[in-house]
Design a binder for this molecule. Structure first.
Ligand SMILES: Nc1ncnc2c1ncn2[C@@H]1O[C@H](COP(=O)(O)OP(=O)(O)OP(=O)(O)O)[C@@H](O)[C@H]1O
Length: 428
């Protein structure tokens, strides 16, 4: 495991260029012992959670994920160690006050059944003494953020909502007072796989906009690598097995425990992390439907291409005939062909590969806004992009994470970077 601190987590391209509204969190040598005889549920954990990043806690049942998370908002009090939020030790601060500064989302939203959606969302702002008008407009703003029509949903009760809608309201409620930190415990655990996927996508786009510091507990490694800037894989006692980027967790597991936890198909999961816009695009031989097949053939031969791309006036692909097809054709197609191997720039490489494998050309046409053609990607360029990502040379260093008792942390006054100093002295 890398032992040095990094700046903000910026994996997954999440929120590049957005202002970070989250704050850094540091668990400094934190232990939780439930009974005097039992082994600690969390054993001397030191963990840096960079501002504005999404950090995923994964690990087997009972390894201490929830205990660790609940110590951050002090729903559970640590037996030892301290919790530092935005440079302030909150270990002895009033717990209720602390929790008002943090959003907290649990499975199925954890909504109060006897309160309307608006009352649920407005609860913390009301406690903070906001006036009615301000609360009402905040409720509507948040319902829109989580894709629920305020007019339709604000006066409903939780039982009048689907599981996914309840979950959305839970997220809206957690964000109500605009806290810099959001803690989520298995937030998408109680919904069907399709709703789960939709909520995950929504969470990614909300985070792109807000750049909070988010900690999510999950059982699901796929969810962890999809949503996380950083992933902590815990074993019993909240012992960190690896704290790293999703790419490195998948492509370079620190040990057999992590490799087993990631399971088979790690390479395929990496495909789901990268997006088509990251892959360099190649040009195509472009023709219009008004040209003759002979002209198109000549253009293809001159540039040594095996296919030509017929585009309409809006630059949208109509057809992608091969040279052999052109030789037999009497004229070029005017009607948009169905089943063209087209992918959007935001599609994952998994989708792109899927498209390419069924395409006659062994490549895919990339389209941007309004279906405009932007270039061609093929297997070689996709593989190259994957190799670059796996090499990970341009990726930031992982944040600090250790269960080693014999360390102290030093924060650089200039950069805020945290460095581990072993008891022997000297940064490592
Ligand atoms: N209130 C409690 N009293 C005693 N032991 C507890 C308590 N809460 C949790 N534990 C124990 O602490 C350990 C860690 O539990 P925790 O709930 O943090 O794990 P987890 O990783 O979140 O598990 P899961 O994925 O099953 O929710 C477990 O062995 C659990 O039995």
């Amino acid at each position: 495991m890398s032992s040095q601190a990094s700046a903000e987590g910026q994996q997954n391209g999440q929120g590049a260029g957005q202002e970070v509204t989250g704050v850094p969190i540091l668990l400094d040598g934190v232990t939780k012992q439930y009974g005097s005889k039992s082994a600690p549920a969390v054993d001397h954990l030191t963990l840096e959670i960079p501002a504005g990043s999404t950090v995923m806690f994964v690990g087997p049942s009972g390894c201490g994920k929830t205990t660790t998370m609940k110590m951050i908002n002090r729903l559970i009090e640590p037996t030892e160690g301290s919790i530092v939020i935005d440079g302030e030790d909150v270990t002895t601060m009033n717990g209720d006050e602390l929790r008002r500064r943090m959003g907290y989302v649990i499975q199925a939203g954890g909504l109060f059944p006897h309160m309307t959606v608006a009352a649920n969302i407005g609860m913390v702002p009301k406690m903070l003494g906001w006036d009615k008008q301000r609360i009402a407009s905040r409720v509507d703003e948040l319902l829109e953020l989580v894709s629920l029509d305020p007019g339709q949903y604000r006066d409903r009760y939780p039982k009048q909502l689907s599981g996914g809608q309840q979950q959305r309201v839970g997220v809206a409620r957690a964000l109500a007072a605009d806290p810099p930190v959001l803690l989520m415990d298995e937030p998408f655990g109680a919904v069907d796989p399709i709703t789960r996927q939709r909520l995950q996508e929504e969470m990614i786009s909300i985070q792109q906009e807000l750049k909070k510091t988010i900690v999510i507990v999950t059982h699901d490694i796929d969810e962890a690598v999809k949503l996380g800037d950083w992933v902590v894989v815990f074993d019993e006692g909240a012992h960190i097995q690896q704290y790293d980027s999703p790419e490195r967790i998948l492509s370079d597991p620190a040990n057999d425990f992590v490799a087993d936890f990631v399971g088979r198909g790690a390479g395929l999961k990496t495909l789901g992390l990268a997006r088509v816009h990251e892959v360099p695009r190649m040009e195509a031989v472009v023709v219009t439907p008004e040209q003759t097949p002979a002209e198109a053939l000549r253009q293809a031969e001159e540039s040594g291409h095996g296919h030509v791309l017929v585009l309409d006036k809006q630059q949208r692909p109509i057809a992608w005939p091969s040279v052999e097809q052109l030789r037999r054709a009497e004229k070029l197609p005017h009607i948009h062909e169905e089943n063209l191997p087209v992918v959007g720039t935001g599609a994952t490489l998994e989708d792109a590969l899927d498209t390419m494998l069924v395409s006659r050309a062994g490549a895919a046409l990339v389209v941007g806004a309004r279906g405009r053609f932007e270039g061609v990607v093929d297997l070689d360029t996709v593989m190259e992009t994957l190799r670059d990502r796996r090499a990970g040379e341009n990726q930031p260093k992982a944040p600090v994470g250790t269960n080693d008792e014999d360390i102290t942390l030093e924060r650089s006054p200039e950069t805020g970077e945290i460095t581990i100093v072993p008891s022997g002295g000297g940064a490592r």
